[in-house]
Design a protein around this ligand. Structure first.
Ligand code: C2E
Ligand code: MG
Ligand code: MG
Ligand code: MG
Length: 291
C-alpha cells in the first residue's frame, strides 16, 4: 500500500519541461527583468516525518518560468543572481512568500516548518538576520517555523563569518540546516561549534544507499553524527518506499524526495497535503488492521 501511495504521489508532482534550446545565453539583465516581471516564484517540496508519514513542513525552491527561455533551473540562475547581487532581493521575496505559507499552515493549527536556502554571498551580509526577523514579524510567524538552509561548503568555508549571521538567527529561534552534507569538508570540531539544528544528507548518497554499501555507510554515519550533535537527521532525494523504510529503521528523522512529491506551487502543495494526510492516515489505519 505504501508503494502504491508513493507511486501515486510521485506522479502528481509538477514535471518541469526539460532543458530547452536557448535562443542565446541568459544574462543577469534577463534575470533582473524576469524578477521585475514576477516570473520567479517559490515551489514547495514537502518534508515528511519518516516514522509516521506526516508532513512536517517544506523546502521553498526558487523557480523561474521565463517566456523567452522556458523553465530555467535554479542551478543555472542562482549563480547568476549571486554574481549580480540580485540574490538578496530574490531571497527576501522567497522568505516573504514562505513565511506567509507557514502562517497559513499554523492557522490550521498544525506545527509547520518552512525552509529557505541562503546563499554564501548573503552570509557576509550582516543585515540579513534583521531582514529575516522583519519578515517573520510582518507575517506574525514565530521564528521556530522558519529554517534557513546553508550548504556545507558555504557554511564551512569561512566559519567565523557564517557563525555571526547564523548564531544571531539561531538565538532568535530560527532553525539552521546544514545542506548537502557529506559533499563539503566539515571538521567535526567546527560542526560542534556551529549552531545547526538539522543536518541534510545530500541526495547523491541517499539515491544509491540501498545498492552501494559505501553510500549506506555515509548515510548511516551522517545520521549518527546528526544525533550526536543534537540535530535532526534529514535525508534528501528519497525516491522509493524501500529507501523510506530503510532510513526510518536507521533512525533518520525526516525525508524529502520525489518519492513523496516534487516541489509544487503553493496551491498544488496545499492540495497535495490534504490528499496525502488523508490517504496516509487511511494507510496507517489499514496497516494496523492487517497486523
Ligand atoms: P538543494 O537546496 O539541495 O535542494 C534540493 C534539490 O534536490 C532541489 O533541486 C530538489 O528539486 C531536488 N530534489 C529533491 N528531491 C529529489 C529527488 O528525489 N530526486 C532528485 N533527482 N532530485 C530531488 P532544485 O529545485 O533544482 O534546486 C537546486 C539547488 O538550487 C538547491 O539545492 C539549492 O542549492 C539551489 N536553490 C534553489 N532555490 C534557491 C533559493 O531560493 N536560494 C538559493 N540560494 N539557492 C536555491
Ligand atoms: Mg536546500
Ligand atoms: Mg540539499
Ligand atoms: Mg543537494
Amino acid at each position: 500500500l505504501r508503494e502504491a501511495l508513493i507511486l501515486k504521489a510521485s506522479n502528481q508532482g509538477s514535471l518541469r519541461p526539460g532543458p530547452t534550446q536557448r535562443p542565446r545565453p541568459i544574462t543577469s539583465e534577463d534575470l533582473l527583468r524576469g524578477f521585475e516581471r514576477n516570473e520567479l516564484y517559490p515551489a514547495f517540496q514537502p518534508k515528511v516525518h519518516l516514522a509516521t508519514g506526516q508532513v512536517v513542513g517544506c523546502e521553498a525552491l526558487a523557480r523561474w518560468d521565463s517566456p523567452t527561455f522556458g523553465a530555467v533551473a535554479p542551478d543555472e540562475f542562482i549563480p547568476l543572481a549571486e554574481q549580480s547581487g540580485l540574490i538578496k532581493s530574490i531571497t527576501l521575496q522567497m522568505l516573504r512568500d514562505s513565511v506567509r505559507m507557514a502562517r497559513h499552515f499554523l492557522e490550521l493549527d498544525r506545527s509547520f516548518e518552512v525552509a529557505v536556502n541562503l546563499s554564501a554571498t548573503l552570509l557576509s551580509d550582516t543585515s540579513i538576520p534583521e531582514e529575516i526577523e522583519k519578515e517573520l514579524e510582518e507575517a506574525d510567524v514565530p521564528a521556530q517555523a522558519l529554517i534557513i538552509e546553508v550548504t556545507e561548503s558555504t557554511a564551512m568555508t569561512d566559519i567565523a563569518r557564517a557563525m555571526d549571521v547564523l548564531l544571531r538567527l539561531r538565538i532568535k529561534g530560527v532553525g539552521i540546516s546544514i545542506d548537502d552534507f557529506g559533499t563539503g569538508y566539515s571538521s567535526l570540531a567546527a560542526l560542534a561549534r556551529m549552531p545547526f539544528s538539522e543536518l541534510k544528507i545530500d541526495r547523491s548518497f541517499v539515491k544509491e544507499c540501498l545498492t552501494d554499501a559505501d553510500m549506506w555507510k555515509v548515510v548511516s554515519a551522517s545520521v549518527a553524527i546528526a544525533h550526536q550533535y543534537d540535530m535532526k537527521a534529514v535525508a534528501e532525494g528519497i525516491e522509493d518506499a524501500e529507501t523510506w523504510r530503510a532510513l526510518d529503521e536507521l533512525g533518520c528523522d525526516i525525508g524529502q524526495g520525489y518519492g513523496f512529491a516534487r516541489a509544487m506551487r503553493r496551491d498544488a502543495f496545499d492540495e497535495w497535503c490534504r490528499h496525502w494526510n488523508r490517504q496516509h492516515s487511511l494507510a496507517i489505519t489499514s496497516e494496523r488492521h492487517q497486523a
